[in-house]
Design a protein around this ligand. Structure first.
Ligand code: CAA
Length: 487
């Protein structure tokens, strides 16, 4: 059913060799105690109404919450350890470590440098010759980190066979806000190299759009994001549609697919997933645009959706929303969505928004959900990346040997403790205590506070042990974060 690779690349094959995910073990079940407490607080008519909205309207059922010893740096380092171990590589063969994050742990020091230190101590290797930058642009930072690593290999500037790219974040919104049920936490680590085993990225196809926007941001000193929810969805969709058009124009020549619709040469669509329903809105926009501009498809849809030929669709937001609402019900769209988007959403439904890693979590989800990973070999994956503020970047790659390159691990770990997994459900008051973070003492920034007690003591993982307090002529470490492997 799927189109195979349409044209062999003439530049060196570079891409993702392996991918691994790390998620905190603590989580909130959004269909139980949380929903009972929040339904009246959020003005919902009933608990069932809120559960329906969260499960079907937004698309999540659980969200991952970091414990007292976890932060974006420990999550990143854990994902890095997993990808190194699963790929079976020697960590001293890593020549650069780049982290994409929008929830950094320090205003100056790169999380990648903290990760480098954790990996050196864990594996007993010397990584001092590796570059270790941090890329920040809301949820798209890791995509820019990946682009930089890939270009380094394409230019032949790599000094070692592998680069490590990590997306890591803790998504936090105010309690009792509409953002609360779109929180989450986790990291995705990817090894980049020549002749990758997992996904060879297409060259000269990426379409990027950037606009100076106010849809979502987090001013210095704030621990939760400022977001204009409905507007953020509009900005996401507008940027994504434009980036997809640019991608298609470049793919026409670079992939030799001129005159073909996007869905003729992309088999699986991975969108940035702040919440799973957003992927449906994005698919409706991107596919809706592609389908209505194809005369044959337009004719097929016109019977059920007369709006498909409405000339106002490009200029009138209301008309476009009406068209997309109708398209969402059409069996052709439902079949497309179920086969080519839904398999990438399973993990997000149980983890929530992990910001910069959420699209890459979609790749892991696709690999874990596929009835046969081997059958995915040769299929083209489209990456539809987005970061608020705002930038969208669309690119693609061809899966090489997913059966051997990917070790399924996430779905198994998401099972509850005692049922084969490591997950622990949180009671509401414990979740709210973790959300509040360290108690506020005087006017000191919260980043100087000691970690709050863990719900579950760290075990077989990196942990934030303490935050430095010394300031003397002999030694100064105020605010430095001490991470340790806890066996
Ligand atoms: N059963 C089924 N569906 C229901 C329902 C029920 N009982 N009750 C409501 N719904 C449906 C609604 O009809 C709606 O669906 P449609 O769009 O099809 O109409 C859907 O649930 C959502 O409901 P609301 O429109 O009332 O929206 P909300 O008040 O729950 O807010 C939100 C949703 C704006 C996404 C909010 O959660 C939010 O602000 N989240 C944070 C911002 C965000 O994630 N923005 C995304 C774009 S920005 C980005 O992508 C970057 C990033 O990572 C943050």
């Amino acid at each position: 059913m799927f189109t195979r690779m349409t044209k062999l690349q003439d530049s060196p094959s570079v891409g993702i060799d392996a991918i691994a995910v790390h998620v905190p073990r603590l989580f909130v079940d959004l269909t139980a105690e949380w929903a009972r407490a929040r339904a009246p607080e959020l003005g919902e008519a009933s608990v069932e109404q809120l559960v329906g909205k969260v499960k079907r309207g937004v698309g999540v059922v659980e969200m991952a919450i970091p414990d007292g010893h976890e932060d974006s740096a420990t999550l990143a380092a854990m994902a890095a350890v997993k990808v190194i171990e699963q790929a079976g590589i020697d960590p001293s063969e890593i020549g650069s470590i780049a982290v994409g994050t929008e929830t950094t742990v320090d205003q100056s020091k790169s999380i990648a440098a903290y990760v480098l230190g954790m990996l050196e101590r864990r594996f007993g290797v010397d990584l001092r010759c590796a570059g270790a930058p941090q890329f920040q642009f809301a949820c798209i930072g890791a995509t820019y980190a990946l682009e930089s690593a890939v270009n380094m290999f394409r230019a032949g500037e790599n000094t070692k066979p592998y680069a490590l790219v990590i997306a890591t974040d803790v998504s936090r919104y105010p309690l009792r806000s509409a953002g609360e049920y779109t929180q989450g936490a986790g990291a995705v680590a990817m090894l980049v190299c020549k002749d990758p085993r997992l996904c060879a990225l297409d060259a000269r196809v990426a379409g990027t759009i950037t606009r100076d926007e106010r849809d979502f941001f987090r001013p210095n000193g704030m621990s939760t994001a400022v977001v204009d929810g409905k507007y953020s969805i509009d900005v996401y969709l507008d940027c994504m549609a434009e980036a997809a058009e640019l991608y298609a124009a470049r793919a026409a020549t670079s992939l030799g697919v001129a005159g073909q619709r996007l869905d003729a040469y992309i088999d699986h669509f991975l969108f940035h997933v702040p919440f799973p329903r957003m992927a449906e809105y994005a698919a409706l926009r991107v596919l809706g645009d592609a389908w209505r501009r194809d005369p044959g498809m337009c004719g097929e849809l016109a019977g059920a959706i007369p709006e498909v030929a409405d000339p106002k669709l490009d200029s009138d937001r209301g008309a476009r929303k009406a068209f997309e609402k109708a398209l969402a019900q059409h069996p052709m769209f439902r079949r497309f969505f179920d086969a080519r988007v839904e398999p990438s959403l399973g993990l997000s439904r149980r983890i929530g928004n992990i910001y910069s890693g959420s699209m890459y979590l979609g790749l892991a989800s696709l690999l874990e959900n596929a009835p046969s990973r081997a059958a995915l070999a040769g299929s083209r994956v489209g990456f539809f990346s987005y970061g608020s503020g705002a930038s969208a970047r669309v690119f693609s790659g061809v899966l090489v040997d997913p059966e051997r390159a990917y070790v399924p691990h996430v779905a198994r770990e998401l099972a509850r403790e005692g049922q084969g997994g490591r997950r622990v459900p949180l009671e509401l008051d414990t979740y709210e205590r973790l959300h509040a973070g360290p108690p506020k003492e005087s006017d000191a920034p919260s980043s100087l506070a000691q970690p709050i007690p863990s719900v579950r003591p760290a075990a077989s993982e990196f942990a934030l042990r303490r935050v430095g307090t010394e300031s003397s002529a002999a030694r100064t470490d105020v605010g430095y974060r001490y991470y340790e492997w806890v066996g």
